[in-house]
Design a protein around this ligand. Structure first.
Ligand code: CA
Length: 238
C-alpha cells in the first residue's frame, strides 16, 4: 500500500480565535494541514521556515497589516494568497492594489466558502504550473465571447449592441464580467455594486440578477451565463 500523500499546508493568519477555529476545522476536514498564527511577525517567521502551499491572511492583525505581510511574502514567493477582509471597503483595495493576492473573502463568511476558494486557487495555480515556474501568473478565465464590457462608456455589449441595463444592473453584470468564474457572495455584490447597502441585501441582489438574466435572454443570450451557487452566491460563466 502506498503511504498517503502529504497534505498541502495552509498558513492561516487570523487573530480572532473563534474565526480561526472554524476555519481550521473546515480546512482539516478537507484534508489540509493548517498552521495557525495570530500575529504578522509569526506569519512571516512561519513562512520563512517553510513555505506553505497557500497563505490565508487576515487584513487586520494586532501587530501589523495583512497587506504588509503579503508584500513581504511576495518579495520571494509566488505562493497563492487569499485575504480575509473585515470591511467591505477593503475589497477594492485588495483587488486594486498591486498586492499580488489571488482572491479574498469578506467577513462574515462561511468556512465552506473559504474552503471552496482555497481549492479553486490551488487548482488554478497547479494548472498554471505556478509551483514549478514561480513567475508564471495564474490564467484568468476568459469572459463569454458574446459579452463585451466597455468601461469608458459604462456599457455592456451583447451580440446585437449595448444591453439596455439600468445603472445597478450594469454595475452588477460588470462586476461579474471583470472576473469570470469568480463566485461573489451576495454581500460582496452588495458592497461592489450599491452605494448605500439597503437592509434587504440578499433580496436586492437576487432581484437584480433576475432582471439582468431577463435582459440577457432578450439579447439572445442564455440567462444562465450568470450562475447561481447554492449557499455561496453568483458568478459569470467563463
Ligand atoms: Ca483581525
Amino acid at each position: 500500500m502506498n503511504p498517503p500523500p502529504t497534505p498541502p499546508c495552509i498558513l492561516l493568519l487570523e487573530d480572532e480565535q473563534a474565526i480561526a477555529d472554524t476555519l481550521i476545522y473546515a480546512l482539516r476536514s478537507e484534508g489540509f494541514e493548517v498552521r495557525h498564527v495570530q500575529l504578522a511577525r509569526e506569519a512571516l517567521a512561519a513562512f520563512t521556515e517553510r513555505e506553505p502551499a497557500l497563505a490565508i491572511l487576515d487584513v487586520g492583525v494586532p501587530d501589523g497589516h495583512g497587506f504588509e505581510v503579503c508584500r513581504e511574502m511576495r518579495r520571494t514567493s509566488e505562493m497563492p494568497i487569499l485575504f480575509l477582509t473585515a470591511r467591505t471597503q477593503e475589497i477594492d483595495r485588495v483587488l486594486g492594489l498591486e498586492l499580488g493576492a489571488d482572491d479574498y473573502v469578506s467577513k462574515p463568511f462561511s468556512p465552506r466558502e473559504v474552503c471552496a476558494r482555497v481549492r479553486a486557487i490551488l487548482r488554478r495555480s497547479a494548472g498554471a504550473g505556478r509551483v514549478a515556474a514561480p513567475n508564471a501568473a495564474a490564467p484568468e478565465a476568459a469572459p463569454p465571447a458574446a459579452l463585451r464590457l466597455d468601461e469608458a462608456a459604462q456599457r455592456i455589449h451583447g451580440p446585437a449592441g449595448p444591453l439596455p441595463l439600468t445603472r445597478y444592473e450594469f454595475r452588477l453584470l460588470a462586476a461579474l464580467l471583470r472576473r469570470p468564474q469568480r463566485i461573489y457572495s451576495r454581500s460582496e455584490l452588495m458592497a461592489l455594486v450599491w452605494d448605500d447597502a439597503p437592509d434587504t441585501a440578499d433580496r436586492t441582489v437576487d432581484a437584480h440578477v433576475k432582471l439582468v438574466r431577463a435582459k440577457l435572454r432578450e439579447a439572445g443570450l442564455a440567462g444562465e451565463l450568470i450562475q447561481t451557487h447554492r449557499h455561496m452566491g453568483y458568478s459569470l460563466q467563463g
